[in-house]
Design a protein around this ligand. Structure first.
Ligand SMILES: [Zn+2]
Length: 176
């Protein structure tokens, strides 16, 4: 492949974001560990409902913390992600911005979960979920060659689920 100077100058945003998130010798890590929650779907693409729903009202259980759906009413899987969050600038519009690495591939059907951290910024164990955000929009940012460099997520805090906050709960099976 012939060498071209434009190759060398092209900013590698994946690499830059990785340094920002995880730190480097000359940079403090700014990423936070959280979870991305994806609703399980059947072969028709329909969300799989949790069995804790009331047979009459169809509401998910509110009498106890359902350890399968945490009150969402749907089954889901979670995995850890690292994100950078713009904490204050957009609060007055009622949403928050999260930035995640290219590999996360979020959709507007997913949720971001903030988790409690200790004084050193590490997640407490067992994991305590502190805030649930519904993703409203997930935009991929691409380089000129079409490669996805990172994702910007607009998400809104689900205050109505605050009844479940600070409740340590069993990990769903797929979390890792
Ligand atoms: Zn349930």
């Amino acid at each position: 492949m012939p060498y071209t100077s434009s190759h060398r100058k092209e900013l590698d945003l994946r690499n830059e974001l990785n340094r920002t998130f995880f730190g480097a010798s000359d940079e403090i890590s700014k990423g936070r560990i959280g979870l991305i929650r994806r609703i399980r779907r059947d072969s028709d693409g329909l969300a799989i409902r949790c069995e804790c729903r009331d047979q009459i009202t169809d509401e998910p259980s509110r009498d106890f913390v359902c350890s399968d759906c945490f009150g969402m009413g749907y089954l889901f899987d979670e995995r850890k992600i690292v994100y950078y969050k713009n904490d204050d600038a957009f609060r007055r519009w009622g949403y928050d911005l999260f930035y995640v690495e290219y590999s996360v591939e979020p959709t507007d059907k997913d949720y971001i979960i903030e988790i409690e951290r200790d004084v050193e910024g590490q997640p407490v164990t067992p994991i305590v979920r502190s805030r649930v955000y519904k993703i409203d929009e997930a935009e991929d940012f691409r380089a000129d060659n079409g490669r996805v460099e990172y994702w910007r997520i607009r998400a809104s805090w689900q205050k109505k689920w605050s009844v479940w906050y600070d409740v340590p709960v069993r990990e769903p099976g797929a979390a890792s």
